[in-house]
Design a protein around this ligand. Structure first.
Ligand code: NAD
Length: 275
């Protein structure tokens, strides 16, 4: 376990089996949450997108005792169906799913939102928003004892963040779908929530224009005067997926050192132009 994501071992997830979608490497948010679940005794299966990522995900999965590592590109319905068919055969049931998947052409994560192309709008929406609904459709029949679905979102859904552009629109759709899914699945005791993480240096984030500036700004202006760590996001993700959050659904839970509450530059933050 990496030091950053380390937490006290316990049994909060003992007996629970869940699917983790969206690990690309050990800096992925999905990996931080996986480590936190593993530390609490949860059993994990993983998906990877494409052969190139398989060789990164397999050893990570092995390090948390998992040998269920399945290919899945959410744009390929057959690969999604195959994942849930395998889980049905292997486990028979499912307790939780973490969805940490987003994509947009990085050429459109800079400049003006107004210039977004129809093709990239549709693809970003499909991969970053609709895929969560597609996952929920397939997870529901396996969650026979109730369950928890969590997706990853960002403040750019609620406010304008420079360069986030079409991804902000896709995250807004994702957050709305969290609320509709929560209503549809609530009667089966399946909870659905979004975790709105503060900026973190990951592969996906490297595609966002001026990301280092965003990180610095958040560090200087969030109430906790720092950026989030893997341990912060890992613990909160584990909480939402666990029975500790048994009364929580339809929520967008911010794990961003409080940044979403702030309306202006902190008094002690330097003028950003001099940083
Ligand atoms: P990451 O690059 O580690 O993970 C992104 C994952 O999406 C990768 O595993 C990639 O394989 C997967 N993916 C992309 N297209 C896919 C497809 N067609 N089919 C299947 N998988 C696909 O980066 P991350 O930052 O850990 O991103 C995880 C989630 O967290 C994303 O939804 C992202 O928007 C969100 N998020 C990130 C930040 C941040 O600052 N890093 C902040 C808030 C929310």
């Amino acid at each position: 376990m990496s030091e950053d994501a380390s937490m006290t071992a316990g049994s909060l997830m003992r007996g629970k089996k869940g699917l983790i979608m969206g690990v690309a490497n050990d800096r992925s948010i999905a990996w931080g949450i996986s480590e936190a679940i593993h530390a609490q005794g949860g059993e994990l299966a993983f998906t990877y997108q494409g052969e190139a990522l398989k060789k990164r995900v397999e050893p990570l999965a092995a390090s948390v005792g998992s040998d269920i590592v399945l290919p899945c590109d959410v744009t390929d319905t057959a690969s999604l169906d195959a994942v849930f068919a395998t889980l049905k055969d292997t486990w028979g049931k499912l307790d939780f799913v973490l969805h940490a998947i987003a994509y947009s052409d990085k050429e459109e994560l800079k400049g003006r939102y107004v210039d977004t192309s129809a093709e990239n709008f549709a693809q970003s929406m499909m991969i970053s928003a609709y895929s969560f609904t597609a996952v929920a459709q397939r997870a529901e029949p396996l969650m026979t004892d109730g369950g928890s679905l969590v997706t990853l979102t960002y403040l750019g859904a609620e406010r304008v963040i420079p360069h986030y552009n079409v991804m902000g629109v896709a995250k807004a759709a994702l957050e709305a779908s969290v609320r509709y899914l929560a209503e549809d699945l609530g009667r089966s005791d399946i909870r659905v929530n979004g975790l709105s993480a503060g900026p973190m240096k990951t592969l996906a984030a490297s595609g966002i224009g001026d990301f280092r500036y965003i990180l610095k700004w958040n560090e200087l202006n969030s109430p906790l005067r720092r950026n989030v760590s893997m341990a912060d996001v890992g613990g909160a993700g584990m909480y939402l997926l666990s029975d500790l959050a048994s009364g929580v659904t339809g929520e967008t839970h911010h794990v961003d050192c409080g940044y979403h509450t702030v309306g202006m530059k902190a008094v002690d933050a330097p003028d950003i132009s001099t940083v």
